[in-house]
Design a protein around this ligand. Sequence first.
Ligand SMILES: Cc1ncc(C[n+]2csc(CCOP(=O)(O)OP(=O)(O)O)c2C)c(N)n1
Length: 360
Amino acid sequence: MKTYTADFGVSMYQILAEDGSVRGDLPELSDDKLIEFYKWMLLTRLYDQRAFNLQRQGRIGTYAPFSGQEAAQIGSFAALKNTDWLATSYREMAGLIYHGLPMEHALLYSMGHPDGGKMPTNLNVLPVQIIIAGQVLHAVGAGLASKLRGESNIAVTYYGDGASSQGDVHEAMNFAAVYKAPVIFFCQNNHWAISVPVSKQMATPTIAQKAVAYGMEGIRVDGNDVLAVYSAMKYAADRARSGEGPTLIEAVTYRLGSHTTADDPTRYRNETELKEWQEKRDPLIRFRIFLENKGIWNEQQENEWREEAKQKIDAAVEKAESHPKAEPSSFFDHVYADLTGPLAEQKQDFVQRLNQGEGR
Ligand SMILES: Cc1ncc(C[n+]2csc(CCOP(=O)(O)OP(=O)(O)O)c2C)c(N)n1
């Protein structure tokens, strides 16, 4: 009897080694563009730290930090067009801000303000998804719709290693491959689905190899190497745009912080593992060393860029905090186009109780 197992190796695509030295073909990017990548990674790292602190001060709600995943996000979004369709989870704020989501808008979302949940109409970005893997199906729909309309926009979905064991992802990959939908499945393997390690998530050594079973191309890329991520995404985007169908990209990265501000990773995560990623594989440090070796980074510049970033973040916080407050009852308003009878009754009851001072 002939049986099959996927015993082929899946190698990791890398351009910059952990010490910042060049190991692969550099993409054609100007020095200005390289500096821009770094400045965006720095800005979003500082944004992430500020957002975490704002949550601790009670100024925003539950927040999902993305520190450690900046290269995976900035590198991949940089290879897309502003008009491409994006369907993301809650952890892609760095990428979305790079793509054009105003920072104050991202903060309003974290404040639970209904205006933060509405995506700007000049962007083809679907609302941030909390339901694990739901957005993956939506992206296939958006990509297929683009194709049927004869448009050149592709659709990209972002999800995590945990999401990769949800049925939705497999249905979406199968459907996209059959219909050659212009879709990129970008899985940020950050090693943890809350407290569940990737080794308990699946029996295969990689996520990328799953592409084979669906009849699509798969790439395993070092998600902390911004240049490799950019090149991988550009390759997949070119394929999708030229009608060659979907690609699965597994970006191997690491969540340095907690799952959300409601989580304590010290309860389940080994300190040595964290240190290893923090000290040896931080995507900002690696790219900074590359820029320094190229003679386009120095400490004085770094300080100026940090100051510039801080000012941008301060201005966004001020804007978000001075945005008109939402009516507490507004959370009833966007469930259906027209409020159903029972919901209208609940809203009326809620407003009445609020007016009587209950819950204040
Ligand atoms: C359908 C569904 N099941 C469970 C949850 C609860 N939940 C929230 S985040 C999460 C883990 C997600 O991990 P992963 O997909 O790896 O993404 P990450 O948060 O690491 O970026 C789970 C199980 C949910 N939001 N939706």
